[in-house]
Design a protein. Structure first.
Length: 230
């Protein structure tokens, strides 16, 4: 898959140079127990299942300023802030998308397993990355950098039915406001060491119009501590 602007450049024989983006947010999600579902399903049932999942996720994605990077098996990758920078909106766009997708899964029905719930593990991280086109015969638009690795780790170390975010993403959400975030605590993550991570729980205002700044940080001692700035 290629962004329209990149595809246009290639179509007219122009070179597409790699570009550094300083403000991006990357989303990964995976279907929990996908291996088990696949092993007890016919191939066509798996195809239908994945098509239904990706169809509703694509529909939600089209509502936000995000770009779908790729799907590999049951893994879905989306970025905001690339290929067009959008200031601080990148974290809001991805957070809204993640919350919306998780809400839809509550009513999702697996066609051939109607009693089995769809459970996604979602991971999000914000930071800088490099984007560029790789390959000639079948060019692909790819992202590179530690931000992508960390976002992937947030997903793989998350839990089914939850949105696992890094401290970097949590800090940006605190700045823009409009979301409920819970601390998960510190966990040891492969290749990253000991990290403080968080759960993105919900939106405060469903429309998240950005009229207020701050974040509701839920803790064991105080379920709501509202941090607000003028």
């Amino acid at each position: 898959m290629l962004p329209k602007s990149v595809a246009r450049q290639l179509k007219f024989g122009k070179s597409v140079h790699a570009k550094q983006y300083e403000a991006t947010t990357v989303y990964f999600s995976d279907i929990a127990d996908f291996a088990d579902i696949s092993s007890t399903s016919e191939p066509m049932q798996v195809v239908t299942f994945l098509n239904n999942v990706y169809s509703f996720m694509d529909a939600k994605m089209n509502m936000y300023d995000v770009y779908k990077m790729e799907t590999i098996g049951s893994v879905y990758m989306v970025v905001s802030g690339v290929p067009v920078s959008n200031g601080q909106r990148h974290v809001v766009e991805i957070a809204n998308l993640a919350v919306d997708i998780l809400q839809v899964t509550e009513d999702f029905v697996i066609p051939h397993m109607p009693l089995r719930p769809l459970r996604l593990r979602i991971g999000i991280h914000s930071g800088s990355c490099c984007a560029g086109v790789v390959g000639n015969k079948m060019p692909r638009y790819c992202l590179f950098g530690d931000t992508i690795n960390t976002a992937s780790r947030m997903q793989s170390y998350g839990l089914p039915g939850k949105i696992h975010v890094s401290k970097g993403t949590r800090d940006l959400l605190e700045e823009v406001g409009g979301f409920v975030v819970e601390p998960r605590g510190r966990i040891d993550i492969k290749g990253k060491g000991d990290m403080a991570t968080f759960w993105l729980v919900s939106k405060i205002n469903p429309k998240n119009e950005g009229k207020k700044r701050g974040v509701v940080l839920q803790t064991d001692s105080s379920r709501e501590a509202w941090m607000e700035t003028a």
